[in-house]
Design a binder for this molecule. Structure first.
Ligand code: BGC
Ligand code: NOJ
Length: 815
């Protein structure tokens, strides 16, 4: 069952039913102003910080889903009938409906009784506003008297306060209306210097700014009083719930249409120029912007610019393979999702409220892995920003707040995997760009001025942090948890009122160890050792690093090995987790993926055995589950992982983030068939046909797919903001298609299905362009017989870094 289809040429997903199983959303805006638009026009927006600078109100977990916030209504003035071209909020059946989610924009068109409304939402590049470019068209053969009503429900800035502190915020709302512009200036009278505006390009025939006046005391957004009456009330909000709504009356001849633009913007005034008269907002600085973009031609030019931006962004890596779904994900949707996760980490979606989670240290570092070729400068900056919240002891704050850049422990601390991601992402950045100068950048610790040290030293402290914290089996101590936030081996939590994530540790001495971090340490430290060879910033340490890596690999291969797979951890009592000795949780994917990628024990067959065990015990038709058997009871020794019902989230769902680690390991072993098979099992485009099972958007990855122990097996949850996006992109582009940077150039090392005869990769790398054709005349899964660059055969599989700004033809023959 499908609800739409991919339009590959337009790079759009076209939704043809408004009632998708969940709201299927898109993001507009890629820097400061960010909005979410669902396929029925819902969602919210904010400036920089989804908690403190929220513009549009959103009601979480609402029924019906996803109403309020934004709205458009088209009304026939004679019959009094009305509809929303975006279906919601009016929810009147449409004769025709189509939503096109594109890159940074969404167009929704709805038609009813011979009248069509179409709206395109996007953020003009570089501006702090979202534009709604609306067209109303009379497709009937009668002249029609129509009315268009807009709606924005404003959030009173701090979105947490907005949904909790009504004794205050029912009193604070303030607005101004001048010509066709509604200004939302709540709290501007005191400490804020920012305001929002909602402008309309047309002369208006009325407005409302008080929600109750627009909706009615006991009505909903589906049947607002003003639409019933056919006339706005010109209400001015004093407290309660400020909204913005314009009324535009239109007389349209048959076939005639009219363009109307709405702009919802954010602005900060200089502190000493807040008012133009006592209590009156200074609007001087936004007038020009409003005038400019209220002109549909200017808006169209901005739209053009947006499309050019995306052409340019995506052109850095394009592929043509025998598999349509792979092409559509790699060329468009996966790359697009990567830019969203890169911007927002896990902060704001329809599942992440934007209220509590800032930019996570571990999350954001992994997100960078997939955008290095697209915007290396922004990735460089983000890596440095994250390094600022590293602690002096080499550990890290778990997140920072986007508005201040300050690290905090609000969502917990002491996750001992955190520091390793800094090493891994920095190494990946240098491999992509060749820019070792990042290692010399002076960065503070703990946001504290005066503690500046080169990034190289931050990486060293990260390594020392893990090295110095090893437990009874010489494996890294897990701390509060590792990648799996829910493996809480030190808390022994019995109090239902405490969060597992911030629960205090209830042990005299921390002894619980993580095999996962052991694998991650080996991987990261080997990267660092290689990095040390590239630069003299890290010279003396290099040898030590190799020793550290070797010793850790030994500990993992010894205490971390269960006989057929890598164990997961040791608990406080030194008992193994992820072992055949356990009744539940006998085998886990994440330690097998990480130790597999680090190739620990590869020479004596451990990695292959581990992959065989994963295949046998964890691989399902919907992807690879986290562990088996799932935990059936709460166990305070293990914490939050056992709190979830079996098959959900960290208790045995297909946690999609981990699947690419297995794909990568299989690819490294040369098992192309298996690697690609796993890729397809969770690939959203390949699950489009089972949209009624999968339920979330078929164009982006979701965090989890319910595992076989769950009653709703195959159902995805928490789409968009997940490390799944970055890692799957890395797996398919760098390990399956096999084109990846190393310090010297671009390696070509495919691991593909044997029946692929040929594929192409267009790759920009350090200033040059490589047109790579991979031929597979003998239909093998992996292995390269020869590589030719511009017709000349080279030694090995690494295309040298030519860096000459030219385009080079590369021919790779497998065999
Ligand atoms: C979730 C994890 C998440 C953590 C972060 C837990 O409740 O299960 O997936 O990483 O919260 O705060
Ligand atoms: C989601 C979190 O954002 C991520 O940091 C964590 O690794 C996974 N959950 C697994 O717990």
């Amino acid at each position: 069952m499908k609800y739409g289809n991919f339009d590959d040429n337009a790079r759009e997903y076209v939704i043809t039913e408004p009632e998708t199983p969940r709201p299927w959303i898109n993001y507009i805006g890629r820097q400061d102003y960010v909005g979410m638009i669902s396929n029925t026009g819902g969602g919210y927006s904010f400036y920089q910080d989804p908690r403190y600078r929220r513009l549009v109100r959103y009601r979480y977990n609402n029924a019906p889903r996803n109403v309020g916030g934004r709205g458009l209504y088209v009304r026939d003035a004679e019959s009094g009938e009305y509809f929303s071209p975006t279906w919601q909020p009016a929810r009147v059946d449409l004769d025709d409906y189509e939503c096109r989610h594109g890159l940074g924009y969404t167009t929704i068109r709805g038609e009813k009784d011979g009248v069509a409304g179409e709206v395109t939402y996007f953020v003009p590049p570089g501006e702090d506003l979202e534009a709604w470019r609306v067209t109303v068209e009379n497709d009937s053969d009668e002249p029609r008297s129509l009315q268009l009503f807009s709606l924005v429900e404003f959030c009173l800035w701090d979105a947490m306060d907005d949904i909790s502190n009504y004794q205050r915020n029912y009193n604070t709302g303030e607005v101004e209306v001048e010509d066709s512009v509604i200004y939302q200036k709540t709290e501007y009278r005191e400490r804020r210097n920012h305001f929002a505006y909602f402008a309309c390009s047309a002369d208006i025939d009325g407005f409302d700014t008080q929600r109750d006046a627009f909706v009615g005391q006991y009505d909903g957004f589906d049947e607002p009083q003003v639409l019933e009456d056919g006339q706005a009330t010109d209400s001015i909000a004093h407290g309660w719930s400020p909204i913005g709504s314009h009324q535009v009356d239109l007389e349209l001849e048959p076939g005639e249409s009219e363009d109307i633009v709405f702009l919802l913007g954010y602005h900060e005034n200089p502190e000493d120029e807040k008012f133009e008269a006592p209590g009156v907002l200074n609007k001087e600085y936004v007038e020009g912007t409003i005038e400019e973009y209220c002109d549909p031609d200017a808006l169209d030019a901005a739209f053009e610019e947006l499309n050019e931006f995306w052409d340019d962004q995506l052109s850095a890596l394009q592929v043509e393979t025998p598999d349509e779904e792979t092409d559509r994900m790699v060329n468009t949707w996966n790359a697009y999702q990567n830019t969203v996760t890169m911007n927002l980490a896990r902060s704001a979606s329809l599942y992440e409220t934007g209220l509590t989670r800032g930019i996570g240290f571990r999350d954001s570092l992994q997100d960078q892995l997939a955008v290095l070729h697209q915007f290396p400068d922004r990735a460089r900056q983000r890596i440095l920003n994250l390094a600022k919240i590293q602690l002096k002891d080499g550990g890290a704050y778990h997140q920072y707040t986007p508005l201040t850049g300050e690290g905090n422990a609000d969502i917990g601390g002491g996750f001992n995997d955190d520091p390793m991601w800094l090493v891994m992402s920095t190494a990946a950045y240098v491999k992509e760009t060749g820019d070792t100068s990042i290692l010399e950048e002076e960065v503070v610790y703990e946001n504290e001025p005066g503690t500046e040290a080169p990034l190289a030293e931050h990486l060293q402290r990260a390594v020392e942090y893990v090295w110095e914290r090893r437990g009874p089996h010489d494996l890294p101590l897990i701390g509060h948890a590792d990648w799996n936030d829910c493996l809480n081996l030190n808390c022994f939590s019995e109090n239902p009122d405490e969060s597992f994530q911030t629960a205090e540790h209830d042990v005299d001495e921390e002894r619980a160890e993580s095999v996962f971090i052991g694998g991650q340490f080996v991987y990261a430290v080997e990267e660092l050792a290689e990095l040390a060879e590239q630069t003299d910033v890290l010279p003396e340490a290099a040898e030590d690093y190799q020793r550290y890596a070797d010793e850790m690999a030994e500990a993992v291969a010894d205490a971390g090995w269960d006989g057929k797979w890598f164990r997961r951890a040791y608990d406080h009592f030194e008992d193994p987790i992820g072992s055949s000795e356990n009744d539940e949780g006998q085998i886990f994917v994440e330690s097998n993926g990480m130790c597999g990628m680090a190739e620990i024990g590869r020479e004596d067959g451990k990695v292959q055995d581990a992959m065989d065990s994963v295949r046998e015990r964890l691989a399902t038709e919907h992807g690879i589950v986290l562990h088996q058997p799932a935990f059936t009871e709460y166990d305070e020794r293990y914490g939050e992982i056992t709190s979830y019902p079996p098959g959900y989230k960290e208790n045995g769902s297909v946690f999609c983030h981990t699947n690419p680690w297995i794909m990568i390991t299989e690819a490294k072993l040369g098992n192309g068939e298996r690697a690609f098979d796993y890729y397809k099992r969770i690939c959203p485009a390949a699950r489009e046909d089972i949209s009624d099972v999968h339920t979330t958007e078929p164009y982006v990855y979701a965090q989890t797919i319910a595992g076989p122990d769950a009653p709703t097996t195959g159902e995805a949850k928490n789409s968009w903001l997940t490390g799944t996006a970055a890692w799957n992109y890395v797996a398919i582009t760098q390990h399956i298609l096999g084109v990846r940077p190393n310090h010297d150039g671009l390696v070509v090392d495919p691991a593909i299905p044997a029946d692929w005869d040929e594929y192409e990769v267009h790759r920009e790398f350090r200033g040059a362009t490589y047109e790579i054709t991979v031929e597979n005349p003998e239909n093998v899964e992996s292995g390269v017989d020869r590589v030719e660059v511009d017709g000349e055969e080279i030694d090995g599989q690494t295309i040298p870094d030519l860096g000459d700004g030219e385009t080079h033809d590369v021919r790779v023959v497998m065999g």
